[in-house]
Structure formats: structure tokens, C-alpha cells
Design a protein around this ligand. Structure first.
Ligand code: PLP
Length: 401
């Protein structure tokens, strides 16, 4: 008889909690419920027309074959120009690579460099995938807890205290998913000062939300401290800046030895990212971000609508985020309350589950991001849908005893 059996490494990885929420939402919707998903990290805006057209043109022109593994020469040039123009980072063609999303590049960077027992410092709240990627690479995640009172920002002393001789990487993410925290130049400088003193540590800057900011300027570590360039991988992508999550294009700049390794892994796993998406990415990167102000205005309006609604609910509080498109809501005031069918809300998971069951609104519990007591609301959805979701949340919270 056949017994299904998976590799041992599968014990080290959980399915993404955000994907799980989306699956639950889809199942409830399929069962006939009207569910609103505020759990997905995705803008609802269509990909700008000139970018989509470049993809269509690529298909019509027959650009449908393999390209060089790290991306076509034209895409690499567009990436080099972007880093130079927007971040003051100068890379050669051998120092940049495109992949199937920022996710693939981060995963490959860890796989290429982490040995069993190596430590990777991750500031919590963190993007859900970091610890699982570290586990798959057989490393140990060293979580440094950040506090709401510190604007959710990693403090230099906490970083210093977490570094050991086993530390291989520090992962930094600004603007942050899930909190929206955006580090100022001085805040990044305080961290890079620490990192300068620890020459064995690699730095991964996850800049995927670079363009989703509400007025404050953006800085990336290698720009603030060029002496870190030889050991920094700066990762970015098209998903959030250009509303292109489905096109799957991310890119990174870093030292040649590391980029070479990413290329080797990619060559033996997925090869080049989609040639059609590459053509669209060139149009996106070369075409500028002129449309972004309009998106930011809309997002700021949505952020404020949800904040106002949260203020009306006793037991929920939320600070104003500086970037990304999430609200990280403190829901500890709901603990101990009772649902109409007699269940007691004991933690953030219970509260998120209650909102899904009672209000049919999908959110993600903070524990998924390493921050129990909170709830992530992704508000990049249509205004009317968002208003409906807020109203449902207010009603459901009003029914807690
Ligand atoms: N990094 C962070 C912090 C994210 O939130 C996400 C997606 O949600 C990614 C990376 C992955 O982006 P991509 O779609 O480019 O793989």
C-alpha cells in the first residue's frame, strides 16, 4: 500500500497564514456568504495601462521564449537605472538580478548563504514568510520584538544585543508589513552604525513598499551607509509599487558573489522570470511613478476611513501608519468579552475568527506576524466595500458582551 510521505524539511514550514485566510474567505464565498477580505496584501488598483500594454505587445512580438536567467539585458538596465535614480545606488549588470517576485529573491538569498545553526535576525512584527524561509534554509530565526510605543521600529540597542557570532543576516523592512512603520534616515543610520561594527553580518533590505508612503521620504540602508554595500542585498519589486502582484517580478542589487549564487539557484529551479512580465517591468521601471500620487491620495483616504471607524469601537486602538497599506490594530481591549454564542475572546486569533464568522470580514491576527494582541487590516480595497467592512466590524464588536 502506498503511504504518502513528505520530506523532513516540510516539518519546518507552515502554510502562509495570509494565504490560509484567503482560502477560508474563498470557501465561505463559495458557500454563498458575502465575505469581505481585508486579509490580502494587495492593491486593488489595476496595473497601469501602459505597463499592461507592454506585456501584450511582448506577446504579439513573440517575446515568449527563455531569456537570460537573471532577466534580459534591457530589464537589468532598467533595474540599474532605477536603483541609481531613486536610491543613489550604483550597480553593474553583474550585481543585479530579477526573479519571480521579491519573495523568490529573499528565499534564494537565505538558501544560498545560511548554514544549519546560523542565526537570522528578524524584527517583529515581521512579514509572515521570513521565519519559515529561514527554517527551510536550516537557520535559526532570532526574533527581536519591537514595541508599539517605539512606533514599531527596531531599536539600535536591541539590534546590538541580538547579534552573535552565529548571526548571518539581519532582515530590515521599511515601510513595514504589517505595521506600516517607515524608518527615517536617522533611524536607519542608527541601525547601520551598529551593523558597521559587526563585519560578519549580511544585511537584507526589503524595500518592497518603497513607493507606498504618506509624505515621509524613503531611505534604504546601503544608501545611508555605503560602507555596507559589499554585504547588503537590496530587494525590491513591482508587486506593490505598480499593483503587479500577479506578474511576479522582483529584483535585487548586491555584491556579485551573492548575486551569482542567486542566479545559480534560480537557474536550477525556475530559470528566468516570465519574459512577458519582464517586458511589462521594463515599461514600469522606465515609465516612472507619475500615477502614484493619485494612488497615495486614495489610500490615505481609505486609511483614514478605517481609522475613524476603529476609533468608534471601544476596545480597539490604532496608531497612524506612515507607509504600506495596512493598519495594525491593538485588539487587547477585546480580551475577555463574550460572543453572542457564548465564546470568550481570549486572544487575537479568537478575535479575527469572530470577525470572520460574525461580520464575514477577513483580517489577519497579529500572532501570524509575531505580535500577539493585534490585528492586521489591509485597506487597499474599494471605498464602498471598505465602508461596508467597517460597518460590519462595528456591529459585530457592538454585539460582544
Ligand atoms: N516582502 C514583504 C514585506 C511583503 O509584504 C511581500 C508581499 O506581501 C513580499 C516581500 C513579496 O513580494 P513579491 O510579490 O514581490 O514576491
Amino acid at each position: 500500500m502506498f503511504t504518502p510521505q513528505l520530506a523532513q524539511r516540510m516539518r519546518r514550514v507552515r502554510p502562509s497564514p495570509t494565504a490560509e485566510i484567503s482560502d477560508k474567505v474563498r470557501a465561505l464565498t463559495a458557500a454563498g456568504h458575502s465575505v469581505i477580505n481585508l486579509g490580502e496584501g494587495e492593491l486593488d488598483f489595476p496595473t497601469p495601462a501602459h505597463i499592461a500594454q507592454a506585456g501584450i505587445d511582448a506577446i504579439n512580438a513573440g517575446e515568449t521564449k527563455y531569456t537570460a536567467v537573471p532577466g534580459s539585458a534591457r530589464l537589468k538596465q532598467a533595474i540599474i537605472d532605477k536603483f541609481d535614480r531613486e536610491n543613489g545606488l550604483n550597480y553593474s549588470a553583474a550585481e543585479v538580478i530579477a526573479g519571480a517576485g521579491a519573495k523568490q529573491l529573499i528565499f534564494n538569498a537565505l538558501m544560498a548563504t545560511v548554514n544549519p545553526g546560523d542565526e537570522v535576525i528578524v524584527a517583529a512584527p515581521y512579514w509572515v514568510s521570513y521565519p519559515d524561509m529561514v527554517s527551510l534554509a536550516e537557520g535559526e530565526t532570532r526574533i527581536v520584538q519591537c514595541l508599539e510605543a517605539d512606533g514599531w521600529k527596531l531599536q539600535p540597542a536591541a539590534l546590538e544585543a541580538a547579534i552573535t557570532e552565529r548571526t548571518r543576516w539581519v532582515l530590515l523592512n521599511s515601510p513595514n508589513n504589517p505595521t506600516g512603520a517607515l524608518y527615517s534616515e536617522a533611524e536607519i543610520r542608527a541601525l547601520t552604525d551598529v551593523l558597521l561594527r559587526h563585519e560578519h553580518v549580511l544585511v537584507l533590505a526589503d524595500d518592497i513598499y518603497e513607493h507606498t508612503r504618506f509624505g515621509q521620504p524613503f531611505f534604504t540602508p546601503a544608501q545611508v551607509e555605503p560602507r555596507l554595500l559589499p554585504r547588503t542585498l537590496t530587494v525590491n519589486g513591482l508587486s506593490k509599487a505598480f499593483s503587479m502582484t500577479g506578474w511576479r517580478i522582483g529584483y535585487a542589487g548586491g555584491p556579485k558573489w551573492l548575486v551569482d549564487a542567486l542566479q545559480v539557484l534560480q537557474s536550477q529551479s525556475t530559470s528566468n522570470p516570465s519574459s512577458i512580465s519582464q517586458a511589462a517591468a521594463i515599461a514600469a521601471l522606465d515609465g516612472g511613478t507619475g500615477f502614484i500620487n493619485d494612488w497615495i491620495d486614495q489610500l490615505a483616504g481609505r486609511r483614514d476611513r478605517v481609522l475613524v471607524s476603529i476609533e468608534r469601537v471601544a476596545g480597539l486602538t490604532c496608531a497612524m501608519p506612515e507607509g504600506a497599506f495596512y493598519l495594525f490594530v491593538n485588539c487587547q481591549g477585546m480580551y475577555g468579552k463574550q460572543t453572542p454564542d457564548g465564546k470568550v475572546i481570549a486572544n487575537d486569533f479568537d478575535f479575527a475568527s469572530y470577525l470572520l464568522d460574525a461580520a464575514k470580514v477577513g483580517t489577519v491576527h497579529g500572532s501570524a506576524f509575531g505580535a500577539p494582541g493585534y490585528l492586521r487590516i489591509a485597506y487597499a480595497v474599494d471605498d464602498r466595500v471598505l465602508d461596508e467592512a467597517c460597518q460590519r466590524i462595528e456591529v459585530a464588536c457592538g454585539q460582544l458582551g
